[in-house]
Ligand binder design. Structure first.
Ligand code: TMP
Length: 237
């Protein structure tokens, strides 16, 4: 497969067209940003780790019957994916209060939510990805009611699969962000990535943060935390 023009460069990945219709190549970068790009840095080795971790977890989801964009890992930081048009929503699934939820509702970080919380943010960097509900989504035409119902059902199923996979590895799935896309044939599939950039992972016993919060909050040991996640999932690179 040949890489063609770069279609898009995001904060953490680049997307390229290929010589095959319906397929893109994503390339993971070591760049890290937080707070809507206000904080910038590099996490050495992050691109390769996120590529491996995301592919591993999407492979697991595929085995459980969940459609994802994953086609084939090409090399340490590049993967062939199905071409999709991204639904302009960030879907956040929360099991434990943390981050913006803890702040917004005055909850103690670490409080186990009695029931799973699903949130939607409108993917608009210029607006800081504002929180929206199903009425906003319908009024703005961000997704059809049918797609939104499917997105919600997939997100809860992904939470159940990943949560029970990670627990025996000593990882608590606190919360995470998903993005979905539509293929040319009109199929709704999981896209983007699932990695320490997009999830909160806490060590079950020590509650140590093993994710991007170490970068966001200047906690140090960022690279080691990403390596630890890769090690627990796959035994290293
Ligand atoms: P939040 O508590 O800051 O809203 O984050 C919730 C989850 O979403 C957390 O696991 C980190 C992830 N996330 C992203 O992947 N991208 C983002 O831009 C933000 C703000 C959060």
């Amino acid at each position: 497969m040949e890489k063609r023009v770069q279609l898009y460069e995001g904060k953490a990945k680049k997307v390229y067209a290929t010589d095959e219709k319906g397929l893109y190549i994503v390339s993971y970068k070591d760049d890290a940003t937080a707070f809507n790009g206000l904080k910038k840095g590099t996490i050495t080795g992050k691109g390769a780790i996120n590529n491996r971790v995301s592919n591993h977890l999407m492979g697991l989801l595929e085995k459980e019957g969940l459609p994802t964009h994953l086609v084939e890992e090409l090399n340490d930081r590049e993967t062939v994916v199905k071409a999709v048009q991204i639904v302009p929503l960030e879907v956040i699934v929360r099991n434990i209060a943390a981050g913006s939820l803890a702040k917004r509702l005055g909850l103690e970080e670490g409080w186990k939510l009695p029931s799973t919380v699903l949130e939607f943010c409108y993917k608009r960097d210029d607006l800081g990805d504002p929180l929206v509900n199903d009425y906003h989504i319908r009024a703005l035409g961000l997704a059809s009611d049918e797609d939104l119902a499917q997105i919600s059902a997939y997100s809860l199923k992904i939470n159940a699969i990943l949560g029970s996979y990670l627990l025996p590895l000593g990882i608590e799935l606190v919360d995470f962000k998903l993005e979905f896309g539509k293929t040319q044939e009109g199929n709704l599939i999981l896209a983007d990535e699932i990695s320490p950039d997009t999830c909160r992972f806490w060590d079950t016993k020590t509650k140590e943060k093993l994710d991007k919060d170490r970068f966001r909050r200047d906690l140090g040991g960022v690279e080691d935390a990403y390596k630890e996640i890769l090690f627990r999932l796959m035994g290293g690179l």
